[in-house]
Write a protein that binds this ligand. Structure first.
Ligand code: URA
Length: 272
């Protein structure tokens, strides 16, 4: 099975070694106890599309790569429509998972957070022939805007902000009608972004006519590549079924606990 070789060489090795901690990401607003989670995708100079996400969640805390759960699999479907099946690289606006409602907004423009994120963007834009940039969600857009003010590499690349892939779930409060309307808004906007960015992607992995999303259905999931996860991750960690959740009887234990469950359909002992 393929695997992500990790952060062996500079500039990425140095970036990982020098990751900021609780002095930059305050413990009351970030889940620093789960460690920094850096990226997903190609660091070998083959990435053509740069994706900026928001902050990692439970599946990401276990796999040590970003955008692995539901949000990540929707992003994977978005990239596939551009013909990008593996030539992508993703970073989040925030290195640690946000704890509470407002931590992200409050800190996304803190100088220490911006400075370290910009080092990643500079490293990626210097080492990879990126042709287009897409930011999912408001914090990700803020992150790209902060980079453009530096005048550094890539600031003039074709860029579009897009709504965050799990915005429909977070905005609809479990109401199925609101959810369907939110899916429709999300995919309508994603289709506009796809149409805008497709001409910029001159070197896709596969040449396919642009097929936009059906806005009357939920966003599809595309499984992520084995090449994106650290060596030894079992294949069910790439499953589109949720397998990690925060559980606990009070705030303290819930913050300290992620329960990992092998999805029923992925249990090898049932296949025997
Ligand atoms: N997981 C991430 O790593 N980033 C997001 O934006 C959402 C989920």
């Amino acid at each position: 099975m393929e695997f992500d070789p990790g952060y062996g060489a500079d500039p990425f090795a140095a970036l990982v070694r020098e990751a900021p901690g609780a002095e930059t990401y305050p413990v009351h607003d970030f889940r620093v106890e789960w460690g920094p989670i850096f990226h997903r995708g190609r660091l070998d100079g083959t990435a053509r599309v740069l994706v900026i996400g928001q902050d990692p969640a439970t599946h990401e805390a276990i796999t040590r790569r970003i955008l692995v759960g539901e949000a990540g699999q929707r992003v994977q479907a978005f990239l596939a429509r551009l013909g990008i099946d593996r030539s992508y690289v993703m970073v989040n606006a925030l290195l640690y998972s946000v704890y509470g409602q407002s931590g992200g907004e409050k800190h996304v423009s803190d100088p220490g957070i911006v400075g370290y994120r910009n080092r990643w963007l500079e490293a990626l834009l210097t080492t990879s022939p990126i042709e287009a940039v897409v930011a999912f969600g408001h914090l990700a857009d803020t992150a790209w805007q902060a980079w453009t003010t530096t005048g550094g590499p890539g600031v003039d690349l074709p860029y579009r902000p897009a709504p965050h892939p799990t915005q429909p779930e977070s905005s609809s409060g479990g109401d199925p009608q609101k959810l369907a309307a939110a899916y429709q808004r999300l995919l309508t906007r994603w289709n506009e972004v796809l149409t805008d960015l497709a001409p910029a992607v001159a070197h896709p992995d596969a040449v396919r006519p642009l097929e936009t999303f059906d806005v009357s259905a939920p966003p599809p999931d595309v499984p992520i590549l084995p090449d994106d996860l650290p060596a030894g991750c079992p294949s069910w960690m790439r499953s589109v079924r949720a397998w990690a959740s925060r559980e606990g009887t009070d705030q303290e234990s819930k913050r300290a606990t992620i329960v990992v469950t092998v999805p029923t359909a992925e249990r090898p002992w049932h296949a025997q």
